[in-house]
Design a protein around this ligand. Structure first.
Ligand code: GLV
Ligand code: MN
Ligand code: MN
Length: 412
């Protein structure tokens, strides 16, 4: 079997997909079920069909592109990732795993390889939490980690429920039908950019992911008292933004205090009400993201944040409400899938790094129902979730080649 990845086609398709964006180039914004997202989905589906794959879209819009094997009812060998992009993102996060996965399948088909097991490319819905507050919606539903009832009630900032949004986007059926049957997958492999600097620092072009860190996110609402920025004297203030500032810094201190490089914490959204220059903030909403490879350490940070909330309430005479949006366990890759990836690297004489993913991925949730592993390729300076995210075409093609080799081994 000779596998030929068309590096130029893959690079050009990544550029084309980036044109489906609600941000000015080079930034990409593609939020789930927006007209832009729907156009991008249609474009991908067309390319999958042109490659000879059969499309199935589930009721939340997870899109499966199938190459039936000699045993069409056998467990599936899956690959894929997401194409939604957070506001002001880059071109490669998720996309490399979708278009790289498609290119890997094309290379396998062109080589004359005949899979025993079906091979499927999966484009997950809403890996990013932008619209509905929690990430990996598609894979949470596929794996049964999130129930259809809870999912359908999730709302966006405009008060539109996931249920309404998906129906308006043309998705058919009920969310109950999204969950995959047991043992659907034989294995699942996701190709992704590293989103960190380690591969580049080590001068390596491939990373085999052995575990994915445990993410948690919550929303904090701080209520104080507003008033005139000139009139209210400093000792009388109950400024919600000053209280929120204390919480942000307390979170940073707690994350650093674990002493573990794997503990990370971020406040990525700070909404200030009423948001006028001469008005004391009366209400602030913060979004908090905490992750760690150790569940216990991650939970300790969440607990100390809760304690900080109580202390700031007393100190600043404000009320703080916290709403836990998700707190997930970490995932270990499956030994067999890791071995298949390592052997594929070795077959092509490629060195790799064994690594941890501190970013979360749909593979975290698919690991609850299937043997999973991930393959990382470098991205320049480790930049991701920003417009200057960049992965070199030769690294992407190398990733697609190793992915193709791995899918072939797993589907034989
Ligand atoms: C996924 O985009 C993440 O935030 O890890
Ligand atoms: Mn992302
Ligand atoms: Mn991603």
């Amino acid at each position: 079997m000779t596998l030929a990845i068309d590096q130029a086609r893959l690079a050009s398709e990544i550029e084309q997909l980036a044109t489906f964006s609600d941000a000015e180039a080079p930034a990409v914004t593609r939020v789930v079920f927006t007209p832009t997202d729907l156009k991008a989905r249609a474009w991908i589906k067309e390319h999958c069909q042109e490659a000879g794959l059969t499309i199935r879209e589930d009721p939340v819009g997870n899109t499966f592109a199938r190459w039936s094997g000699q045993d069409p009812n056998g467990p599936v060998v899956g690959t894929g990732s997401h194409i939604d992009a957070i506001p002001n993102a880059g071109k490669y996060d998720g996309v490399v795993g979708v278009l790289g996965g498609l290119e890997a399948i094309r290379a396998l088909r062109a080589s004359g390889f005949r899979p025993k097991h079906p091979i499927e490319l999966l484009i997950f819905t809403s890996e990013e939490p932008t619209r509905f507050g929690i990430g990996c919606l598609g894979s949470r539903l596929l794996s049964g980690t999130l129930s259809a009832n809870v999912a359908s009630e999730l709302t966006d900032n405009e008060g539109i429920t996931l249920e309404d949004a998906r129906v308006r986007a043309g998705m058919k059926g009920s969310l109950e039908q999204v969950r995959l049957p047991p043992a659907y997958y034989k294995a699942f492999v996701e190709l992704h950019i590293e989103q960190g600097p380690l591969l580049e620092r080590e001068g390596l072009s491939l990373g085999v992911v052995e575990r994915i860190a445990a993410p948690a996110s919550l929303r904090l609402t701080v209520e104080g008292a507003g008033g005139h920025a000139g009139g209210v004297l400093m000792p009388d203030r109950r400024d919600a933004l000053c209280a929120a500032a204390e919480l942000i810094l307390a979170l940073e201190t707690e994350a650093k205090a674990t002493g573990a490089i794997d503990t990370v914490a971020t406040v990525g959204i700070c909404d200030v009400f009423p948001g006028a220059v001469n008005s004391i903030p009366s209400k602030v909403r913060l979004s908090v993201d905490v992750r760690d490879t150790s569940l216990e350490r991650r939970n300790r940070v969440l607990k100390t944040l809760e304690e900080a909330c109580r202390a700031v309430e007393v100190k600043r005479r404000v009320a703080i409400q916290s709403e836990l949006l998700n707190a997930d366990a970490p995932a270990e890759s499956a030994t067999d899938v890791v071995s298949a990836l390592r052997q594929a690297c070795e077959k092509h004489g490629l060195r790799y790094l064994s690594m941890t993913s501190r970013a979360y991925h749909d593979s975290l949730f698919i690991s609850r129902i299937a043997p999973v592993a991930m393959l990382f390729i470098p991205c320049r300076h480790g930049y991701s979730h920003r417009p200057d995210e960049y992965a070199a075409p030769e690294d992407i093609a190398r990733g697609a080649l190793v992915l193709a080799e791995t899918l072939a081994a797993l589907a034989s």
